[in-house]
Structures are given as C-alpha cells and as structure tokens.
Design a protein around this ligand. Structure first.
Ligand code: HEM
Length: 296
C-alpha cells in the first residue's frame, strides 16, 4: 500500500483523480473494477444463488477477492517495471485499500457467523492456527490502511513510512499461508498465488533482461514446491510425486505452469515494449538494471 507523493501533489477530492487533480481513466477503471466482485457477491447472495450456506460462501468469496487484490497490489511493482507501464504506480493505494476492504468484510462476516459472541470469536482465532495467522495479517493491514493517507506520510516522514509499508510483503506471506491452510482438497489458486508472490519478491531485486529466465523459473518452482509442501503436510503425499505431476499435462495445465505462463507473459511483453521504446528513442541499452520499488 504505497503511494506517490510529490511537491506538486494536492489532496485528492475523488479516488479517480491523478495527483494533479485531473481525471485518470486508469484510476477510474480500477476504482470501478474493485466494486465488481462486491456487486456480484451481493447480487448472488440476494438472489439465493449461494445456498445451502450463503454466509459461509460469502466469507469464502470475500476472502478470495481480498487475497486476489492483495496479491495484485504486491505484483504492481513487477507489472509496472516489467511491462514498462510507470502509470500503474497510481493504483497502489487504491488496490491496497480495496484489498483491505474485502478482507475487513471477510472478517466481519466471520464475526457475524460466530453470532457476534466475543468469547467464541476469541476461541476460534486462538484455537485454529490458520485463523490466528489470518488475524495477524488483518492487524497488519489495518495498520497500513490507517497510515495510507498523505497526512500520515508527512507525519511519519517518507523514509519511516516506506519502511513501515514494506511489511506488506510479510503480510502477503501470512495471507498466503492462511489461504493454503484452509484450501483443503484443491490448492490450485493458492499455488499460483504462491508462485506469483515469489516472482514479485524476486523482481524487486532483479530486473535486468538477463534475469528473466531465473524470474520465470522462480515463479514456477516456487509454486510447484509450495504445492508439494501443501500435499505433504496435509496428506503425507510424497513431494516428488506431486512435483512430477507438473510434467504431465494430460489433464490440463498444472497451477505451477500457470504461474510460469503469467510471469513469462509479463516479462516477455515488457522486454518487447522496452526494446521498442528504446529503439524509438534511439537510446543505447542500459548498462545496469535499475532497482524497482521506488515508492512512495
Ligand atoms: C489478510 C487477511 C486474510 C486474507 C487474505 C484471507 C483470505 C482468505 C481466503 C483466500 C480464503 C479461502 C477462500 C476460498 O478458497 O474459497 C479464506 C477463508 C477463510 N478465512 Fe480468511 N483471510 C484473511 C483473514 C481472515 C481472518 C482474520 C479470519 C477470521 C478470524 C478469516 C476467516 C476465514 C474463514 C472462516 C475462512 C473459511 C474457512 C473454511 O470454510 O474452512 N480470514 N480467507
């Protein structure tokens, strides 16, 4: 949940404005996009499509969308630098706050599911490890949301604020573990998320074109190892068998391969865009890769 603060920045009246107060179509699209799952979830709930346990289904759906937006906000740096789309930085705060809103709703629905009984809630959170982890992640996200305003950036100072907001990656890890632990039979989406999370982390350090094969491999291997670890921990299945299953595409693409394809698509599309832009400018190739993640 980082943001850009410049000397020309002024307080924004609406979330779809850029830092000079002009309409940003990118921000407007993202703002509308953040509401789409909420509208569908509410509509399905109201239409009775989530039977037999609608509240449980909504807890799952809000958790899922909270996780997806959180992951997207973590992947914003690789997407911005990888695809050479610097304007994506404008979406950071909005995406982070959107993820927080879904996760806060997820928690409040859980509280409702416990009939708002504080003792039952405390017992569940302390008694089930995946809920303890989710709760820790939620506390961290509350801290980040509370300090996401321009006023808080000024009050904390840019350096301290940036250091604080680096915990987003740790919170993302907690959220991933929570996701995996409650996945039960099918950890496919959690597996893809784990691969992309590791890719995003690695890409903060390496962004040179030569690092692309390693970055794509990290996405695939990270996902494959996370999946093998999950099945070993949950069912005692031999990790080598789960890893070997990634080579068999008879029943469709395995989650680790999806992680590879997504990372490879971003990296290759970005390489093509950057090369084309350099040629258009007639500029020489950069000697060293710049480091990403320069927010706020
Ligand atoms: C960063 C914080 C959190 C994230 C990203 C998150 C995300 C998720 C996700 C992705 C799922 C699985 C959805 C699915 O597979 O359909 C889930 C399930 C669930 N989460 Fe969370 N969650 C978070 C925090 C919490 C907290 C604080 C609680 C309550 C204390 C909680 C309670 C639950 C419950 C009860 C389930 C369903 C488990 C089941 O049916 O067995 N989550 N969460």
């Amino acid at each position: 949940m980082t943001m850009t603060v410049s000397s020309r920045a002024k307080p924004l009246a609406f979330p779809w404005q850029d830092r000079r107060g002009r309409l940003s179509w990118l921000k407007l699209g993202a703002f509308v996009g953040l509401f789409v799952p909420a509208v569908f979830i509410t509509g399905s709930w109201a239409a009775g499509d989530l039977m037999p346990r609608p509240l449980n289904a909504v807890i799952h759906l809000t958790g899922l969308w909270g996780m997806r937006f959180l992951l997207l906000s973590l992947c914003l740096t690789p997407l911005r630098t990888g695809l050479a789309l610097p304007e994506l930085v404008l979406l950071r705060r909005m995406l982070g706050l959107g993820a927080f809103a879904y996760i806060a709703a997820h928690f409040l629905l859980f509280v409702g599911d416990q009939a708002f009984d504080p003792l039952a809630i405390a017992r569940e959170i302390t008694g089930r490890f995946y809920l303890t982890i989710g709760f820790l992640a939620l506390i961290g996200l509350c801290l980040l949301a509370a300090t996401s305003t321009d006023g808080m950036v000024r009050r904390l100072g840019a350096t301290r604020w940036r250091q604080l907001h680096r915990i987003t990656y740790g919170l993302g890890l907690l959220a991933l573990v929570h996701f995996f632990m409650q996945s039960k039979a099918d950890p496919a989406e959690a597996t893809i998320a784990a691969g992309l999370y590791l890719w995003a982390l690695a890409r903060r350090r390496w962004s040179a074109p030569l690092a692309i094969p390693a970055l794509v491999a990290i996405a695939g291997l990270g996902a494959a190892l996370a999946e093998a670890g999950f099945f070993f921990a949950l069912r005692g299945i031999d990790p080598l068998r789960v890893l070997a299953a990634n080579l068999d595409i008879e029943f469709g693409l395995r989650p680790a391969l999806w992680a590879v394809l997504i990372a490879a698509f971003v990296e290759i599309a970005g390489l093509i865009r950057r090369t084309a832009a350099r040629k258009a400018r007639g500029a020489p190739r950069p000697v060293a890769a710049h480091r990403a993640g320069s927010a706020p």
